[in-house]
Each structure stands twice: as C-alpha cells, then as structure tokens.
Ligand binder design. Sequence first.
Ligand SMILES: [Fe+2]
Ligand SMILES: [Fe+2]
Length: 307
Amino acid sequence: MSFSIERYKEESRKVDVTGIAWDEVASSPLSKGDLFCLHYMMDIENHVPLYLSHLLVTRACMDPILTAFLACWNYEELWHGENIGRLLNLYGIEFDTQDRIANVRANLGFQNSVSLMSTMAGSWLLKDFSAVYLTIGAINELSTLTGYGALIRKSGHPVLKDLLSRIIKDERRHYAFYYNSAKEWLTANERAQRIDRWMLNRVWVPVGQGVKTQEEVDALAIYLFDDEQGEEDLLELDAKIGKLPGLSGIKLMSKALYAARERVRRDPRWAWRLIDNEGWAIKPPKKSPVGQLTTRKLTEPQEATTS
Ligand SMILES: [Fe+2]
Ligand SMILES: [Fe+2]
C-alpha cells in the first residue's frame, strides 16, 4: 500500500458522481437500520471541518506534508457528506442540510471547546503526539470504509452501493496516508510505540463518538457488525492496525463491538430503540437557535448592488 503526497495533491478532487442513477434512489427500500446508519455517517462526514479545527492547533500540524494532506482531505470529505445527504433527500427524507449541520454543532456545546483546548495542550506536552494522532487517523479511515462496505451488504440498495463504492475509494487513499505516516513515525521508535499503545487502549473511541452518544455508536456497531461477517471484518481491521510497529495483537473495533453486545445483553432495548424509533432526527438546541449561532437566518437577503 503506497502513498505519494505529490500525486495525492495533483489528483485530489470531489467524488465523481457522474452516472449515478439518482432518479432510482426511491425505487428500492432502505430499512430503519440503513437510514439510521446513513444519518450517522452523513453527520460525521459533515463534522470533518470541526475535527480539522482540533487538529490544526496541535504539534502535528507543524508538518507541511500533513497540512497539505488535510487541505485536500477536508474537501473530499465535504462531498461525502453532501452526497449522502442528497441520497437521503431523494429517498424522501426532508431536512435542510445546513440546519442539520448547525444543529449537530450547536448540540456539542461547551464540550467542543474543552476538547479542542485539551487536544492542543496534550499535543504540545506529548512529543510523540503525531504517532497517536496518525494511528487514530488510520483506524478512523479504515473503520469508515469497513462501515460503508457493511452498509452496502446490509442494505442491498443498488444506488447506495454505487455511491458508497465511489466514496470508499477516497477513504482507502486517506487510510493509506495515515497508515504509512504512522508506520514511518513508529518504526524504530520504541518510546512512540509504547505511548501509542497506551493511549489507544485508554483514549481511543470509535469514529463519531463524542458527536454521537454511546448508545448511537452502539446502534451503528450492532446494526452493521453484529453477525459473523461483521465480526470477521472488525477482527481483520484490528489485525491490520496490529501490523503497525508496537501494536501487535491490539483489539479496538472488535472490543467496541463486544462492549456494545454486552450493553444490549443487559438491556435488550438498548440501541435498537434508537433504530426503531427513528432516532436519527437531530433536535434543534434549546438555547441556541441556528440563527443566533450563524447569524445567517437573522439577516435579510440583500440585493446585489453594482458600483
Ligand atoms: Fe468520508
Ligand atoms: Fe476519509
């Protein structure tokens, strides 16, 4: 698995959706579980600019190769969220994308600022912060593309399959960048390997957690991976990450699935109630209407003037 930043910079573009049969989106059904996962995935794709804001204040971003990657990566992820939203709208689920994104962000509240500052401080205190961040990047991209693969399998929806297969190609490139960069950092660096393993076992959470609640994360994991094929996919994912120097035998995604199973065993309604009750709707925040947060809704559209 090779990766060239120069080639990536040249070739980076928005996902090509030419020829996707958008007019056939509503012709095949999507289950409540499929819809739950699509809303989760769309929200997390759309959350990338805020995630980026956390990264740009860290020590890792002293590296110009990383910032070049992030500049292109951010743009590509934008179009993943846009296209998943488009598919949901065409399926007949009505929402205003900008309102939804603003509501997700507003619901994060103060916690977002605390998290940003602690990431920044942690990165400057920890010399090998980059090793941890790059490894987490690799896990996130690999679990994202594994999740898209599982949703293609679960839904059997032909248009969704076409769209997600195209998005998966982007995610593979992102994964290659992070994996190779993490490998480079960790090779022959025992201190970084120890810190990386220690941090992953303690602070790593599945992609989306923090923006989404534990129960929402569990609902996605249970719907996509709680069968033989799904469990195998996650064990394979862990094995791939375990090939990084110092991470042999590490269990992350499979451990998250087993923990989710345990919570469902204790309360059989756990996670499933979100799917059954169509819990993908994002409630507007109580105290911060979108207009106050963005100021957009408060200003009247102004006519273009010529000078
Ligand atoms: Fe993406
Ligand atoms: Fe990605």
